[in-house]
Design a protein around this ligand. Sequence first.
Ligand code: DC
Length: 222
Amino acid sequence: MNQPRIPVIAIDGPTASGKGTVAQRVAQQLGWHYLDSGALYRLTALSALRSNIPLSDQERIAALAAALRCSFAGAVVRLSDADVTDAIRAEEVGNAASRIAALPAVRQALVGLQLGFRQAPGLVADGRDMGTVIFPDASLKIFLTASVDARAQRRYKQLIDKGFSASIIDLSRDLIERDARDMQRTTSPLKPAEGAFLLDTSDMSADQAVAQVLRWYAQILL
Ligand code: DC
């Protein structure tokens, strides 16, 4: 007999679209677990940068990904016991994450780790391929977007709040480059999953976006 699967809400979308905030709040409201899959790519990228491994060295980076020792406790992210919560948010690490995320062996090495987050009572998973590749049987799939301007402003605020320096012009250029790389790669490109609900949050507050996701989830339960 088939076991009922643990429910998953998959929230995919481009960088700085606000999906992290929305996904975390949805998870909180439902009392579910939360997977920040981008953090796993960022952790792998940080390890590679710290070990001076060229970002094109698929084999060594996949080995790093397979051996990743990380933990998430609330907002705190640890890599081999060191607190890297802020370090993984640096732009340099985000850009490196986008590069190594294009390497199929690296993506493959992170699959098991991501599936392990699917625990009762449910999971809200945030990333690029949550609904298309990792959790294709998700109960609800959302593709969350926002304009480049809105995203650059949000990323700017995030970085300044964390004490990093930033320029809106550089951020916009980086976002456009990163979108192109994430959408054009051959393996698991960023694209809306079949049946995904599209949510453009350019003119929405995080609370409004959370409310919309919860409404959609309530609808599919009917
Ligand atoms: O969501 P983020 O900005 O933290 O993600 C960092 C990079 O990781 C992003 O540019 C692309 C990659 N990524 C991915 O390829 N697949 C995911 N599921 C999550 C992130």
